[in-house]
Design a protein around this ligand. Structure first.
Ligand SMILES: *Cc1c(COP(=O)(O)O)cnc(C)c1O
Length: 478
């Protein structure tokens, strides 16, 4: 195209100021800040310039694009101004999926967060005396109550996550000394939490005992010396050692520690407060079990099986917890008001005997037949779509979050396939939705396990699936 002609085309493009004066841009200005609208309009015009430069536009097309400029600007704004952290529909069947934010919060936890976030709160203020109060005191008390522990003898502390809890405990108890750990527990928990590294950073020296598969109480006993500051037990979390194995039970470690006046730190991890066998899962060492076994300090996550916000729970003998609280590092690891708000509401679900108001617990308890019925309803609603296959298949959900390695819950999924698109392309179309739908991919299909989809979101899910199928249809037509 000769230069003069392209120049002519550029001249058809409106000025920025002119665009903002347009009557059909006014609704945008009413909805978004002026600077945002400006950015949107500028981006649309810039794109038109590029297309003119690439000789991909003629007069008529330019005029048409200018006519629909408000709609284009709105699309740009919606795409660029939406939060980067967004809600997704988890159809993976992994209840505590770390990549998807682990535990969804209960309604009451969400309400508490909103009420505290919107204004001021009594975070460190005693409403009775009118003086400064202790941050988190009520939540700590509630945690002890949920564990049926006596205050006075025991105490609790809340930090940022379980990694922080273990780090603070090790630094407080063992800096400059030795910590005895079984070789079978020198694990990486995921997200780069490696027991030997966190231990070194806490200022303690690792004293490994036993072998990968077998560690006996005698191994620990033989390692205790003048430099020993603690015995650390770590829940193995994301894998299981099976076969020829042996490990020292926590109560034996506690007895040994007592004899040698060495504290026992238990990185319990899961924060489990319910009896898993009631949910047809293998029974597992709970937070209460750790305390009852007599561990000096127990550390756990708030957003795994407890079903609360990200945080680390530390429970233990009052004297030890006091030392942790006085460690200057605690100041760097403490949590904010929103975490306390959500954790308090979560703990109340346990003390009030309604743990199933917590979504993670409700999902554990969900009956497979009920999930099958929901899958069937979903498949029925989709059956009209051509080129798409949708079936109900049996599958297995997992608890996830490194809580119950090697175990699964029987479940059902909607298996989706497309005649013209691969399962990866189908899954990508589901991820492109708003809210995105995240499924499992395999065997030429996308599997949507409805255990982790909130039942009240089923109709939304169906609408989303229809939209994804429609978008694939459009893509094929192009
Ligand atoms: C999950 C886990 C951790 C890490 O917990 P975060 O809350 O993610 O920091 C540490 N130890 C054990 C045993 C765990 O299971």
């Amino acid at each position: 195209m000769p230069k003069s002609i392209s120049h002519e085309l550029y001249r058809r493009l409106p000025q920025l100021g002119e665009c903002l004066e347009r009557a059909d841009v006014r609704p945008l200005l009413a909805r978004y800040p002026r600077a945002v609208v400006l950015n949107g309009v500028r981006a649309v015009i810039a794109e038109l310039r590029e297309r003119i430069a690439a000789e991909a536009m003629h007069e008529r097309e330019i005029d048409a694009a200018i006519l629909t400029l408000p709609a284009s600007a709105q699309r740009w704004i919606e795409e660029h101004e939406r939060p980067s952290l967004r809600r997704v529909i988890n159809a993976t069947g992994v209840i505590l999926q770390t990549n998807l934010g682990r535990a969804p919060l209960s309604e009451s936890a969400v309400e508490q967060i909103v009420s505290v976030a919107r204004g001021y709160c009594n975070l460190e203020f005693d409403l009775q005396s009118g003086h400064r109060g202790q941050r988190g005191a009520e939540v700590e008390r509630l945690l002890l109550q949920a564990l049926e522990l006596e205050g006075g003898e025991h105490a609790a502390l809340i930090v940022n996550n379980c990694a922080a809890a273990t780090f603070l405990a090790l630094n407080t108890v063992a800096e400059g000394g030795e910590v005895i750990v079984s070789r079978g527990e020198l694990v990486e928990i995921g997200g780069g939490f490696r027991v030997p590294e966190i231990l070194r950073k806490s200022g303690a020296t690792l004293r490994e005992v036993g072998t990968t598969n077998r560690t006996r109480i005698e191994d620990y006993a033989a390692a205790i010396g003048a430099e020993t500051r603690a015995i650390l037990r770590v829940h193995r979390s994301n894998f299981a050692i099976v076969g020829f194995t042996e490990e020292a039970p926590l109560n034996e470690l506690v007895a040994l520690g007592r004899e040698a006046a060495v504290p026992v730190i238990d990185d319990q991890g899961t924060g489990c407060m319910v009896a898993l066998d009631e949910y047809e899962l293998p029974r597992q060492h709970s937070l209460r079990d750790s305390m009852q076994a007599g561990a000096t300090i127990v550390c756990a996550s708030g957003d795994k099986l407890l079903g609360g916000p990200q945080c680390g729970l530390v429970v233990g003998h009052a004297g030890s917890i006091k030392n942790l609280r006085q460690n200057p590092l605690y100041r760097a690891l403490r949590v904010d008001k929103l975490t306390y708000a959500a954790l308090e509401a979560t703990l109340r679900a346990y003390t009030s005997g309604v743990p199933e108001t917590i979504p993670a617990i409700r999902m554990l308890a969900m009956d497979a037949d009920e999930i099958r019925a929901r899958c069937e309803a979903c498949v029925d609603a989709l059956s009209a779509a051509e080129s798409v296959t949708a079936h109900v298949v049996a599958c297995e959900s997992v608890v996830g979050g490194g809580t119950t390695p090697g175990t699964a819950l029987p479940s059902f999924a909607v298996a989706l396939g497309h005649a013209d698109f691969s399962e990866d392309e189908f899954a990508a179309a589901l991820r492109a939705l708003d809210p995105p739908v995240i499924g499992r991919v395999g065997d030429g299909r996308v599997l949507l396990d409805l255990r982790t989809v909130f039942a009240e979101d089923d109709s939304l899910l169906i609408a989303q699936l229809r939209e994804a199928i429609e978008s694939l249809h459009t893509k094929r037509a192009r």
